[in-house]
Design a protein around this ligand. Sequence first.
Ligand code: SAM
Length: 232
Amino acid sequence: MSTDATAAAQQFYGRWADFYDLLSRVTPGLGRLRARAADALALAPGDAVVEMGCGTGANLPHLRERVGPEGRVVGVDFTRGMLDTARDRIERERPVTGRNGWRNVHLVRADATEIEFRDPPDAILATFVVGMLADPAAAVHRWADQLAPGGRLALLDAAQTTRWYGWPVNQAFRGLVVASSPTGTDGYEAAPWTVLDDRVASARAALRERASATTHGEYAAGVVRLTAGRVD
Ligand SMILES: C[S@@+](CC[C@H](N)C(=O)[O-])C[C@H]1O[C@@H](n2cnc3c(N)ncnc32)[C@H](O)[C@@H]1O
């Protein structure tokens, strides 16, 4: 990511963290999609899972539930405001789940395209993130390289639908893309929704290259895609 794009993303998400968190909690069906994404990682109790671009931590409960108290969850994001909200979520969960409930959920402020792990995780998740990366294929290859043998990688993203009835859906989606883009329509080499489509597709092509036993599902009129695979 260029320095300008990184700064714009951090500024945008830092400013809108609370609103983003509210949206991510009240959008119908989103919780179910997050649960599906976590399921696609085929996590077992005791596993270590990393979420790249974890934002306000909406996926953390799903991941924590699957790895249990003996597992480990690490959320990585480069925006301080998003991580602050994620940290509040972790704090809120502690009393509910008991003294050691969420001691195994950690947040790291870092660039997800550069971070390296000393202990290879069993699984990596990225939801609504690869569309923000200048070179999503390189990021996916890097994440695949970081995984333990047999590790799983899952990507959940939105892009324009290819369904026959998609025209009105895509008009609405384009508006949403511009509204949720850190730079609006500026700084893209093509329309932002086309750039997003290309990045989402390119991340999936890289995942298919690296993974065996890939699964792919489409939801919300074909706008949301969940692709996962095991990296041997
Ligand atoms: C659209 S939000 C998605 C957040 C979360 N994954 C979710 O599903 O709600 C994208 C997040 O990715 C983060 N992000 C984008 N590029 C990143 C990078 N290169 N390294 C770390 N975080 C990144 C942003 O700060 C933001 O929090």
